[in-house]
Design a binder for this molecule. Structure first.
Ligand code: AMP
Ligand code: MG
Length: 572
């Protein structure tokens, strides 16, 4: 292999795949209770149920299998010996507007069609003002490690699980409202979510689905005139915003924190009940009678968490708040808050402006995954024998390897490489180093590589139109890298340049939800113009396909100058 760039100068380039040590460090706590500040009180509520609702649900399986809070009091309190508390949504005040709806979820998940839009009460159903028949609203009790520290009881403080919907394919989906009012887990919060964070969650969870990243889904976004007070940047600037509700869906909303709280509270029987339920319902490859089933479950979560984080990295996604209460047991991306898609390549990219320590920087996510899995293992200790514990510890030691190989596989595909050659890791790390040095845009560098011809690469004739690749090509070692890359591609017998581009375009998106795009849509949505939310939603359902309207909107262009000033905090 021609050593054009010594490996010693690739330190941070390997960032994305390396540094899996020191995950158990516990840095300073930050961004903890800040987002719970709610200077204004929320109103009382009424709710009702009508038979002609567009959707029928059930809560039998959840209620029949998992213990319910015996205390019926809806006040904020410490809850014991249960998985759920009964809690009614608080309808949003004032006129409601259905700001966005996912046609894909409507049709492919909920077996409905556009005619449902005629239903006059639809915004009420989608925001908790009316309940679908069969629903039984619940708030889930969970805890979590936040920014490295055990935070005690957290729970659904502003979300209501409505129940399950079983579609014609036999899939079970749990429907949940977010922003639907207080529950026993609201602590000092108001139970609400504001328009800006709801637009972001709605758009991003759907966008991630179409990027083929495991994620929760979102059906709808309902906005209201209800005033919600937030200090967006925690600098004393409390401002009136608008309340909104997202109806989101997942096969299950259980988190690592769902198990942690039961172990911390000394409730091993409840822990066993929840684990058996989760395994039977969601890990069907595991035999429920297998005496080693908890180790098998842990093995599956370790694998899938590594897979999910590698997928995040492959699209440049930083979650922003990787606390154990935001890590799903099904290893799907949940709880979208101050997330961000990395633009100029930077392993230290931190999307959340409240994350002062950079604990959840993009390059730290693999380590954080390990930290969270260590917390999961601790939560499982009451149900593991000594021997099973050491088996689980052994599995966890394999996590870096699982992550590395998944990461490597995804990045090989991003470069259109067929097979696995010894020098591929070098080729990938070399490219990332060039991107880091030049600050080339992550998404568009890979996309331009999917669109450029080999001939152009070989002749070093990149045009300015391919702006990210143009930036990259300013690096003194670019032509060395390009030479290696072209050589590697030419060695793929039977592969054509067209085929290579086709494969690469199918895994390298042209559009991701950049902050400036979300921000621009939010500014319009604040004044009831939802056209840009709609345009983004449309665009992001086909992120791998070049689209006219998206191009005119500049979604694949160099980000505008004002984008660099944007900050996203965990205020939501
Ligand atoms: P998050 O940062 O959104 O994942 O939330 C962390 C915890 O704080 C969860 O228990 C949430 O339910 C709770 N929480 C966040 N915002 C609010 C709010 N406005 N009202 C009540 N609980 C909240
Ligand atoms: Mg959360």
């Amino acid at each position: 292999m021609p050593q054009v760039l010594p490996l010693a100068v690739l330190p941070l380039a390997v960032l994305l795949s390396a540094v899996l040590a020191g995950a158990s460090q516990e840095p300073e706590q930050s961004c903890r209770e800040k987002h719970l500040q709610s200077p204004a009180p929320s109103p009382g509520h009424r709710w009702s149920c009508r038979a002609e609702a567009p959707l029928k649900m059930t809560a039998h399986r959840l209620l029949g299998s998992l213990p319910l809070d015996e205390v019926k009091d809806s006040s904020v309190r410490t809850v014991n010996r249960c998985i759920f508390s009964q809690s009614q949504p608080t309808p949003l005040q004032g006129a409601l507007q259905l700001a966005a709806l996912s046609k894909d979820v409507l049709e492919k998940v909920l077996d409905l069609d556009d005619s449902v839009m005629q239903h006059e009460d639809l915004p009420q159903f989608l925001s908790g003002g009316k309940l679908f028949p069969g629903s039984f609203p619940l708030a889930h009790r969970y805890g979590g490690h936040q920014f490295g520290y055990w935070a005690g009881q957290l729970g659904d403080g502003r979300a209501h699980l409505l129940g399950e919907f079983i579609n014609r394919k036999g899939e079970r989906w749990e429907l949940q409202l977010k922003g639907s009012g207080k529950t026993p887990y609201s602590r000092s919060g108001d139970g609400r979510a504001v328009l800006r964070s709801s637009v972001r969650e709605f758009l991003c969870s759907e966008a991630m689905h179409f990027l083929n990243v495991p994620t929760s889904r979102a059906l709808s976004l309902v906005v209201s005139e209800e005033p919600v007070w937030r200090d967006q940047f925690y600098n004393g600037g409390v401002r009136k915003e608008r309340g909104a509700v997202v109806l989101r869906l997942a096969p299950s909303w259980f988190r690592i924190g769902s198990l942690e709280i039961l172990t911390k509270a000394g409730e091993p029987d409840v822990l066993r009940t929840l684990l058996n339920f989760v395994i039977e319902q969601h890990f069907t490859a595991i035999n429920p009678n297998d005496p080693n089933k908890y180790v098998a479950f842990f093995t599956a979560v370790v694998n899938e968490t590594a897979h999910m984080i590698a997928k995040w990295m492959s699209v440049g996604f930083a979650h922003g708040v990787c606390n154990t209460d935001n890590f799903s047991l099904l290893s799907i991306t949940i709880d979208y808050g101050p997330f961000g898609f990395m633009e100029a390549y930077n392993p230290n990219f931190v999307p959340n402006s409240s994350d002062d320590e950079g604990r959840y920087s993009i390059g730290a996510q693999a380590n954080v995954g390990l930290f969270n899995l260590q917390r999961l293992l601790e939560a499982l200790l009451p149900v593991l024998s000594l021997n099973q514990r050491s088996q689980a510890e052994h599995i966890l030691r394999g996590y870096p390897q699982i992550y590395h190989s998944r990461f490597h596989e995804l990045f090989r595909a991003k470069l259109g490489l067929i097979g696995d050659e010894d020098d591929d890791a070098y080729l990938i790390a070399f490219l990332l180093k060039l991107m880091e040095d030049t600050g080339a845009d992550f998404t568009m560098t890979f996309r331009h590589l999917s669109e450029v011809t080999l001939l152009r690469l070989q002749n070093d004739s990149i045009t300015q139109e391919m702006w990210a690749l143009w930036d990259l090509s300013s690096h003194e070692f670019f032509s060395d890298w390009a030479k290696l890359y072209v050589q590697r591609l030419r060695s793929q017998h039977g592969d054509s340049d067209e085929n290579r581009q086709y494969r690469m375009r199918a895994v390298n998106p042209r559009y991701v939800l950049r902050n400036w795009m979300a921000e621009s849509a939010i500014r319009k949505a604040e004044v009831n113009d939802f056209s840009e939310v709609e345009l983004l939603q449309q665009t992001l359902t086909e992120p791998f396909v070049k689209q006219k309207r998206a191009e005119s909107a500049g979604y694949s262009s160099r980000p505008p100058a004002w984008a660099s000033q944007l900050r996203v905090s965990c205020s939501s």
